[in-house]
Design a protein around this ligand. Structure first.
Ligand SMILES: Cc1cc2nc3c(=O)[nH]c(=O)nc-3n(C[C@H](O)[C@H](O)[C@H](O)COP(=O)(O)OP(=O)(O)OC[C@H]3O[C@@H](n4cnc5c(N)ncnc54)[C@H](O)[C@@H]3O)c2cc1C
Ligand SMILES: *[C@@H]1O[C@H](CO)[C@@H](O)[C@H](O)[C@H]1NC(C)=O
Ligand SMILES: *[C@@H]1O[C@H](CO)[C@@H](O)[C@H](O)[C@H]1NC(C)=O
Ligand SMILES: *[C@@H]1O[C@H](CO)[C@@H](O)[C@H](O)[C@H]1NC(C)=O
Ligand SMILES: *[C@@H]1O[C@H](CO)[C@@H](O)[C@H](O)[C@H]1NC(C)=O
Ligand SMILES: *[C@@H]1O[C@H](CO)[C@@H](O)[C@H](O)[C@H]1NC(C)=O
Length: 617
């Protein structure tokens, strides 16, 4: 008897009435929901979780990718770069890039619950107040401006203490995070370059030279003024990565009965299921689990929210006949010329120094028994080398004033927005496929242009009629002279920071924070022999990649013109149709001068409010 009632209880807990993670759309309990969210990625997880706060509404989330449970590449902060080209990646590549000597580069995107927040490099930067105020001016909607967005940001994250970093002092704690579900911390471990970097930045900030003052130390890049150098805030807590799935989606699944999530299921297209006057209504979603496999249809009584990301969102719109008539021809249902246009990403390039230290990542990468020691430490205490992302230190900088001329104006959103970024890594991190050298220890400086002017596209291949074939991704990396010149300056700035500030002479040798104790040795690799500007540009084109921050492929238009200069209006409703919104990185009409995840989370928080308002919730 006792035995039986235990069984009955068990069957109740494993078979919920409504609210579960499904692995096959055939098992879903219903074909009709109030809202259907496409993509359980960064933005989709936020929107689904916020909409499910209303217990009277039923939410379906459709995700193409896999379960995130127990995946060390997702959980271990240090493993972030190793998630690409595994089960949790879409494995896209770009078309050949003329600015990269015709190379095609990899385009990692999260194919997993949590989307790209589960495979990114964890950096947590919100962007500047000027960025948001420019969004407000482009869209004509003050709600995208800094005063408003600052409040939405506070709903997203909470700062938690690092697991293993006694060097961080109370005056280094950032205060911009609020009380949201995403865990953010300062670096979990102190590494060799860290104190050298911070001491140098503090010193240069009080320099009388405006050029050196740009390297000012800052404790917090998320206050609206994002300029300066300091610790990287990362999306981790207790030594483990925090994703949109762990923070937003799974708690909603666990605690609520009105949300269903189905994984391993690809949206193949949106379907017009009604017509209101002249306006087509898109409240139906077709899915399949394999190429040519059985199609199933789900319907939303309120709205379909497309959150498939900068690559997936335009792909789905185009496959649904929503896009430029010039490309879609007779398949056009709605002519939306901006779909897949205006794509931007940040170019990135690594340079390396040999260092005299064995406290770098390099040995752990070369030596599997050392790696197992680090992994055991992470598994048992969540501390040590693997508890930190590979980049403890970063700086966001303006280009020197003299860089800008009437023919080369500043493309950044405003004076509080940076142009370039420097990320310092305690080991060898190449921006191309160069393997780790067999011997030696390294410090890498990853240089990026965060206010690029190159613009690219996402298109369907001419023969493509299905969602299982990758779209044509063209970022047009380093397609403008500005981007190349800004990259040259970023590299020069990286060298200045570690080399030029020579302060003392010791035994006939000049020293600074990086060269003392003979730590910093010489430039390593092909860049060391690039002497002329032409050599350096050739090096850049041969080795650059991007930071994987693409935005803009379904950009917001302005209130003044309706949606016509964009794909969505400032309330993120797709123009020319009813029942359909886009909420993800694709709606950003300009690229943040920052890593993009915090921006996407914050946009998704505001979008959730807009959807609730428009549906009387
Ligand atoms: C390798 C890498 C490193 C990065 N590093 C950083 C960093 O350090 N800091 C930072 O701030 N940002 C970083 N980013 C960028 C940041 O992660 C993204 O800007 C952000 O996560 C994008 O959110 P999103 O909601 O637009 O898209 P995503 O989070 O990618 O979500 C889109 C979701 O839609 C799903 N989907 C797509 N198509 C379909 C379909 N047809 N059917 C069903 N589901 C579909 C996808 O599987 C995915 O889960 C990085 C990104 C990558 C890839
Ligand atoms: C990406 O490649 C990995 C490794 O080959 C594979 O496991 C994964 O399924 C691929 N992703 C997709 C979306 O096909
Ligand atoms: C260089 O850095 C040191 C500390 O590392 C500092 O004392 C000095 O003022 C800096 N020099 C300049 C020119 O800023
Ligand atoms: C340097 O940073 C400090 C602290 O964030 C700030 O008060 C100061 O204005 C900054 N100086 C410059 C030149 O940016
Ligand atoms: C690391 O370097 C220190 C000091 O140079 C040395 O004492 C130690 O043996 C080295 N450790 C390893 C594992 O090589
Ligand atoms: C690899 O690391 C282990 C554990 O620290 C060490 O004993 C061994 O000597 C290392 N092997 C090499 C080839 O350096």
């Amino acid at each position: 008897m006792k035995h039986l009632s235990a069984l009955a209880l068990a069957s109740i807990t494993v078979l919920p009435v409504h609210a579960a993670l499904y692995t096959n759309p055939a098992d879903l309990p219903s074909k009709n929901y109030d809202f259907i969210v496409i993509g359980a990625g960064t933005a989709g997880s936020v929107v689904a979780s916020r909409l499910s706060e209303d217990p009277t509404k039923k939410i379906l989330v459709i995700e193409a990718g896999v379960d995130d449970t127990g995946n060390l590449n997702v959980q271990v902060p240090f493993f972030a770069p190793f998630a690409a080209n595994t089960a949790v990646d879409w494995n896209y590549t770009t078309v050949p890039q003329p600015g990269l000597n015709g190379r095609s580069i990899k385009v990692p995107r999260g194919f997993v619950l949590g989307g790209s927040s589960a495979i990114n490099y964890l950096a947590w930067t919100l962007g500047s107040k000027d960025y948001y105020n420019k969004l407000a001016s482009i869209t004509g909607d003050a709600g995208w401006g800094w005063p408003s967005m600052q409040e939405f940001f506070k709903r997203v994250s909470t700062l938690v203490p690092p697991t293993d970093n006694p060097t961080i002092t109370p005056d280094q704690i950032p205060h911009s995070n609020g009380n949201g579900p995403v865990h953010v911390n300062l670096p979990n471990i102190d590494l060799e370059p860290d104190q050298r970097f911070i001491t140098t930045a503090k010193a240069l900030g009080s320099s009388s030279s405006p050029n050196l003052k740009r390297f000012n130390y800052t404790t917090d890049k998320n206050t609206g003024n994002s300029l300066g150098l300091g610790y990287t805030q990362v999306t981790a807590g207790g030594g483990t990565r925090s994703t949109a799935a762990t923070s937003y989606l799974r708690p909603a699944l666990q605690n609520r009965k009105n949300i269903d999530v189905v994984i391993n299921t690809r949206v193949t297209r949106l379907v017009k299921n009604a017509q209101e006057g002249l306006v087509p209504v898109f409240r139906a979603v077709e899915v399949a689990i394999s190429k040519g496999g059985k199609k199933r249809m789900f319907e939303a009584s309120k709205e379909v929210v497309l959150s498939a990301g900068t690559i997936g969102t335009p792909q789905i719109l185009l496959l649904s006949g929503i896009g430029p008539q010039a490309d879609l021809g007779s398949k056009t249902v709605v002519n939306a010329p901006q779909v897949g246009k205006n794509v931007r990403d940040h170019p990135l390039l690594s340079i390396f120094y040999n260092v005299n230290s064995n406290r770098t990542y390099d040995d752990a990468l070369r030596n599997s028994s050392l790696r197992n020691v680090d992994l055991t430490e992470w598994l048992t205490t969540k501390e040590g080398l693997f508890s930190a992302s590979p980049g403890n230190l970063m700086g966001l900088l303006r280009l020197p004033k003299t860089f800008f001329t009437p023919s080369r104006p500043d493309p950044a959103s405003g004076p509080s927005a940076p142009n370039i970024e420097l990320i310092f890594v305690d080991g060898f991190v190449p921006s191309d496929t160069n393997p780790l050298p067999a011997a030696g220890h390294f410090m890498s400086i990853i240089c990026a242009v965060v206010s690029p002017t190159s613009v690219g596209t996402i298109k369907l291949p001419s023969s493509n009629t299905d969602t299982f074939t990758q779209p044509l991704i063209d970022y047009n990396v380093l397609g403008t002279d500005f981007d190349v010149q800004a990259m040259l300056q970023a590299i020069a700035d990286a060298q200045t920071f570690v080399e030029v500030n020579i302060t003392t002479t010791k035994g006939g040798k000049k020293e600074n924070e990086f060269t003392k104790d003979d730590y910093l040795q010489s430039l390593f690799g092909a860049f060391a022999s690039a002497k002329t500007t032409a050599d350096k540009i050739a090096f850049i084109r041969a080795h650059a990649d991007t930071v994987h921050h693409p935005v803009g492929s379904a950009r917001m238009g302005s209130i003044k013109t309706g949606y016509e200069d964009g794909v969505v209006d400032p309330r993120l409703r797709v123009g020319g149709v009813k029942g359909l919104r886009v909420v993800d990185a694709s709606v950003l009409p300009i690229i943040p001068e920052a890593h993009t995840q915090a921006v996407v989370y914050t946009v998704a928080e505001r979008a959730s409010d807009l959807i609730k308002q428009d549906n009387g919730m």
